[in-house]
Write a protein that binds this ligand. Structure first.
Ligand SMILES: [Zn+2]
Length: 446
């Protein structure tokens, strides 16, 4: 379905996320890719334009995930039962080294297909060291809003040699890729400079990433303080706490998004708040790798800008925004009591707050006239979503990725009646099967 010039999403429970806890029955009118109006009670019958039915469903801003790795999708269900550093060194880095260009593209298509089908319309994505143009090509075709970058790494005894690059050469490659894709597809694609984490980058490389991003006005995206062994290794190597070390090389600030932030010293929380550094909370991945539970209530109370993310398919193993919201609204009860994070806060993390974390709040994150029509329509007819009024509770605690009915990005319907329109599902399944078998046999040969 091409983008209709005029489209009405009709008869849903509209949850604009522009004010806390506001919802009403109404229609969303879209013109030329932008939200034209949000009409309480609905527009009169007979108003022209294409119609998408939202009866019995919630109409919400498309979900924003601030940390995913679509390129890791072909390793899903093959790296279970490991803690972070073994997960990385024994499975994930060998997998990334074994991927060829077609594998990169197929993995990206699989990840993006899952994201869009689950209502996620915007992601900050983390690549591997090679063939990153293929990730952007997949994002351009499938229709997601994506900020992404190839990763950088130049140290690590256990890393496959092919992933360890010359710092200057990898930075030059990133700049060339970013020059090709930043602002492409009508501004739907963007570049972020993505050093993998403190332990896989020399100080010189981290500094080079910071310089490149600031010179070009691109975001910085990395991982920090996910696991106790990682934090201990950073201290042994640098004599500093992880965030403290990143701050010393310039890798803090409002243009920096750090995934995890599970193990933070009190002074580091204050450093994140003072510098405006963004944290992406990844509860599903943190639980699955046994890493721990980030203190989200503390981060929010200190004013740290936080978004939500599923992280990678091998460490979650799903890329569902609703699953992450459900965890975010549940697990903090263990430390802070069952009212610590409610369903509305979780829904905000995956919409308006996520958009703010990525500096996209002028464009997405709320259903506001003038913003891009990035919208998810969530069916509220499933057994676990009834009865009740509160749409946030029904989505966050009751729904799942399979309840997504329609999805639009820039006003283009990419999912209609739960069917992804931008790629043929059977063709993708066949390509995924071929690509993961080929990748797995290359991993076995090494
Ligand atoms: Zn990650």
């Amino acid at each position: 379905m091409d983008r209709p010039r005029h489209l009405v999403i009709r008869g849903g429970t509209v949850v604009p996320m522009d004010e806390p806890r506001r919802w009403f029955r109404g229609d969303v009118v879209i013109r030329d890719g932008l939200i034209d109006s949000v009409v309480e009670g609905g527009v009169p019958d007979g108003v022209g334009g294409a119609v998408l039915d939202a009866g019995g469903a919630a109409v919400v801003p498309g979900f924003v995930q601030c940390h995913v790795h679509v390129v890791q999708s072909l390793l899903r269900h093959q790296a279970d039962g490991l803690s972070l550093l073994d997960w990385l060194n024994l499975r994930t880095l060998p997998y990334e080294a074994a991927l060829d260009a077609d594998g990169v593209e197929t993995a990206a298509e699989l990840g993006i297909a899952e994201l869009l089908s689950g209502g996620t319309t915007t992601v900050l994505d983390f690549g591997t060291t090679h063939d990153h143009d293929r990730v952007f090509g997949a994002a351009e075709r499938l229709g997601i809003r994506m900020i992404s970058g190839r990763t950088h790494m130049d140290i690590g005894e256990q890393a496959p040699p092919s992933l360890l690059e010359d710092a200057a050469a990898s930075l030059a490659d990133a700049e060339a890729i970013g020059a090709r894709w930043h602002g492409a597809a009508g501004g739907r694609l963007g570049y972020a400079v993505a050093p993998r984490f403190a332990l896989s980058c020399s100080r010189q490389l981290l500094g080079g990433c910071v310089s490149l991003a600031r010179r070009r006005g691109w975001l910085l995206h990395s991982h920090a303080s996910e696991n106790v062994d990682e934090v201990a290794a950073v201290r042994e190597a640098t004599g500093m706490g992880n965030i403290e070390y990143l701050h010393s090389v310039g890798l803090t600030g409002a243009d920096v998004v750090l995934a995890h932030g599970v193990h933070l010293e009190p002074a580091e929380v204050e450093l994140l708040a003072a510098t405006g550094t963004r944290i992406c909370h990844c509860p599903g991945a943190n639980l699955k790798l046994g890493s721990g539970i980030a203190d989200l209530p503390l981060l929010l109370s200190r004013g740290v800008a936080v978004g939500l993310g599923a992280d990678g398919p091998p460490c979650n193993n799903r890329l569902s925004a609703i699953a992450e919201m459900s965890l975010a609204a549940t697990i903090h009860g263990l430390r802070s009591g069952p009212a610590a994070v409610d369903a509305w806060q979780a829904l905000a993390l995956a919409t308006v707050d996520g958009a703010r974390a990525l500096h996209l709040e002028h464009r997405v994150g709320t259903l506001t006239p003038g913003k891009a029509a990035d919208i998810a329509v969530v069916d509220l007819g499933g057994w676990s979503t009834i009865p009740g009024d509160d749409p946030a509770a029904r989505i966050v605690h009751g729904a799942g990725a399979g309840d997504i009915r329609h999805v639009l990005v820039d006003g283009r319907p990419v999912v209609v009646d739960s069917r992804l329109l931008t790629i043929d599902a059977e063709t993708l399944r066949r390509r995924v099967d071929e690509a993961w078998r080929a990748t797995r046999s290359r991993m076995a040969e090494r």
